[in-house]
Design a protein around this ligand. Sequence first.
Ligand SMILES: [Zn+2]
Length: 269
Amino acid sequence: MQQFTRRNFLQASVCAALAGGPAYRSAAAVANSAAWVDRRVYGPFQVVAAFPLQGLDRELADLGYLQGELQRTLAMRPPQQAVDVYLSADERSHKQFLQSRFPRIPYRRALYVQSGGRGAVYAFDHRDLPTDLRHECTHALLHTDLAMVPLWLDEGLAEYFEPPLAQRAFHHEHLRTLRWNLRLGMVRSIASLESIHSLDDMGAEEYRYAWAWAHFMLHGPVAAHRALTGFLADIRRGNPPGVLSARLEQAVPEAEAQLVRHFKHWRRG
Ligand SMILES: [Zn+2]
């Protein structure tokens, strides 16, 4: 049952990047709409909500820390401008809001949209909203600093950062299933994930292995972390970055075997 819920979530909570996009009211006009009853700032995120945010304040404060975490672990630069976050009161009004702004984008439970150089996250009030927000706001922080991020890596990092900080390294819900997969000899290479270019081809398994490789590069051998940050730095500088799988294979020989070993021994000491 949990797996089913998860898959629903994974397929529903994805990002969408728009180049241009349809004409719509300016961000300022939308943010000033009377529908919003609360507005708060958490780090680079300007949150407006159609419901009182008081009960979510502690969870939302994570968004401010998220930026610091991406800076510390991936050398991401803070956004040059604020990222808007629009929180509808319920799914129906969220759907209507998205439909009015982006009639051509398939419906998502939560999404990040970059348009005209400005990023915005859209979601609604429900039990897993804080998780959705950390996921989508990770996309926002990656895309405000980098001209492009490979799809699998974008999702792998968003998955990695979506739990609260205290659960991120050791208690992600992918961990248990992944360990079973690895025990059965099921490993997906980075190269196989790099060949995916559409979110439609990212299923639960692809998200799980994208997360696994992100975890490996953040918590595994130092050389793997260096390969990741070097790759992101080249994108930031506008240098052709090549593919991360080739860099990783050079930095960490037999990377797949090392990934298996990494998770076999991964537990809080
Ligand atoms: Zn995503």
